[in-house]
Every structure is written in structure tokens, then in C-alpha cells.
Design a protein. Structure first.
Length: 161
């Protein structure tokens, strides 16, 4: 008798392990992040845009870069591509880090960005706060329409200071 004839036949198998992915698409939802290719280069681009950032008192450049990097990578993933400089220009613009931002957005962003460089959950919250409609706009349109639309783009209820 051949040795292979003495092997046991495997039993029934089913895909039932915890966290098993059942589809070809990655999971979506809060704090899942935005996957994409070449995100390391995206960090370099975010740091380049940060050179022109206007920070308020008490804000730290590392926190700003971390939060805007997450936001820019989310934009790149929406378009299913690697990040480009425009993704981060939009992120810095929508959060009011470029010159000419209205004062209410500066007050709104300060607690969100505090400590973001060391807090992944905070980075995800920053990226998830920006609406998909805003992320699909050209960066120049966001910068020019920020004063009128920032509450809508950042899902801030009307009447919030």
C-alpha cells in the first residue's frame, strides 16, 4: 500500500475565523484608515506643504503634519492612486493652515490637532471629519471657498463657534 493512501482526508473547512475578510474590498468605516501606495513619499510631500503653514499659538508642526498627512492620504485613496502634492495642499487648506484662514476654523481645529503626532485615533478623526465632497474638490477651490463652506466641509453643526 502506498504511503499516500494512508493519509487522512481533511475535514470540512469554512471561512469563520474572527476578522476574516469575506470580500476583495478592504473594510471601511471609522478608524480603518486609507490604504494606498507610496505613502512614504506622501509624508515627504506633506512636510513640503507644511513649510508654508501658518500655525496658531500652541500648535505644533508635528501635529499638523500628522493630521494633514492622514487627510491627504484619504483623498488619494478616494481616487485610487498614490498621493500627490495637491492632496496635501487641499488638506492644509481645508483645515485652515494656509494663509488667510478665518479665525473660527483656527479655534475649531486647535483641540482636534493637539497631540495628533502621537495619537493614531486622533489622526483618523481628523481625516474622517472632512467630507468626501470636499476631498473631491480642487485644492484651489477649497482655499478660495473656505470662509463660506468650512462648516459644511468639516461637518460642523451650524451655530458652532
Amino acid at each position: 500500500m502506498r504511503p499516500s493512501n494512508r493519509l487522512s482526508v481533511p475535514g470540512h473547512w469554512s471561512q469563520d475565523r474572527p476578522a476574516e475578510l469575506l470580500s476583495l474590498r478592504p473594510p471601511e468605516g471609522p478608524r480603518f484608515g486609507a490604504t494606498g501606495s507610496d505613502l512614504g513619499f506622501g509624508l515627504k510631500l506633506a512636510k513640503r506643504v507644511a513649510e508654508g503653514a501658518v500655525l496658531a499659538e500652541g500648535e505644533h508642526l508635528g501635529d499638523v503634519v500628522a493630521g494633514c498627512f492622514a487627510c491627504g492620504c484619504r483623498r488619494a485613496s478616494i481616487f485610487h492612486r498614490s498621493p500627490v502634492i495637491h492632496d496635501f495642499e487641499l488638506a492644509f487648506a481645508v483645515w485652515g493652515f494656509l494663509p488667510g484662514a478665518p479665525a473660527p476654523i483656527v479655534a475649531h481645529r486647535r483641540p482636534l490637532f493637539a497631540g495628533a503626532a502621537h495619537d493614531y485615533v486622533r489622526q483618523r478623526a481628523i481625516a474622517d471629519a472632512v467630507s468626501d465632497d470636499a476631498l473631491r474638490l480642487p485644492a484651489g477651490d477649497v482655499h478660495s471657498g473656505l470662509a463660506a463652506n468650512w462648516r459644511k466641509w468639516l461637518s460642523v453643526p451650524a451655530g458652532t463657534p
